[in-house]
Ligand binder design. Structure first.
Ligand SMILES: C[C@@]1(CC(=O)O)c2cc3[nH]c(cc4nc(cc5[nH]c(cc(n2)[C@H]1CCC(=O)O)[C@@](C)(CC(=O)O)[C@@H]5CCC(=O)O)C(CC(=O)O)=C4CCC(=O)O)c(CCC(=O)O)c3CC(=O)O
Ligand SMILES: NC(=O)C1=CN([C@@H]2O[C@H](COP(=O)(O)OP(=O)(O)OC[C@H]3O[C@@H](n4cnc5c(N)ncnc54)[C@H](O)[C@@H]3O)[C@@H](O)[C@H]2O)C=CC1
Length: 166
């Protein structure tokens, strides 16, 4: 696996399942301006609220083949591993698919990530220990204080100015 930072703004993201893992995943995508569709017969109250606020579309049903069609990224996060794997098997070869119950069945994994201004840190243990990935990422992020983040922003502005002149 190689790490990539993907721009998901205005991209269709299908989240199958409506539990706490689905919620954790979809919040990441909503923050980045993706169009999130949740397919699940039941959802946690936070997802219900987001649906009422029109921040996402909730389809109150079990997943069907046709739901997968227009998704750029699919998150298979039901509590039935067989359903999650069925989703992965039926995704098209060029779709990105995350299987929450078994990373190896999908083609993307969600690392632990922390954003501070323009700095993004992300850590994956390739499924060995998600808890350790979280700890390592949090420790890493302590090395960068607010002043560093402001300096980074200045660097960005200077760099953009230079690029414009070239
Ligand atoms: C492969 C991956 C797939 C993916 O991309 O989804 C995956 C898979 C699995 N996680 C499982 C369990 C837990 N995962 C967490 C927590 C997190 N898991 C995250 C990522 C990933 N988890 C991806 C790999 C990351 C890497 O490579 O290091 C974090 C970092 C990011 C995020 O989830 O946002 C997030 C940090 C939390 C935060 O920030 O709060 C906790 C603790 C908690 O929830 O607090 C537990 C319970 C304790 C335990 O079991 O260790 C199980 C077993 C499920 C079962 O038993 O049914 C599987 C399935 C399997 O291993 O096959
Ligand atoms: N990647 C990670 O960080 C972690 C992954 N997991 C895995 O994530 C999965 C989900 O965990 P939770 O959110 O805690 O489960 P949960 O039990 O809280 O939620 C499961 C959701 O799936 C929905 N669902 C069930 N069958 C469905 C179907 N046929 N179509 C559509 N939706 C369906 C249910 O309505 C429910 O909303 C589990 O498989 C678990 O193994 C669990 C912990 C951490």
């Amino acid at each position: 696996m190689i790490p990539l930072h993907i721009n998901v703004k205005d991209k269709n993201v299908l989240v199958v399942g409506g539990g706490k893992i689905a919620l954790r995943r979809l919040l990441l995508f909503l923050e980045e301006g993706a169009n999130v569709i949740v397919v699940s017969p039941e959802v946690v109250v936070e997802i219900k609220n987001l649906s009422n606020q029109k921040k996402l579309l909730w389809l109150e049903k079990e997943v069907e083949l046709s739901d997968l069609e227009h998704a750029f990224i699919i998150i298979a996060a039901t509590n039935a591993p067989a359903i999650n794997e069925w989703i992965a098997e039926n995704a098209k070869i060029n779709q990105l698919i995350n299987v929450a119950s078994n990373a190896e069945k999908g083609n993307v994994i969600v690392p632990k990530s922390i954003k501070k201004g323009r700095l993004t840190m992300s850590v994956s243990t390739n499924g060995a220990s998600p808890v350790l990935a979280k700890q390592i990422c949090e420790q890493l992020s302590l090395q960068f204080d607010d002043q560093f983040i402001e300096e980074l922003d200045q660097m960005y502005k200077i760099r953009m100015n230079k690029k414009r002149k070239n």
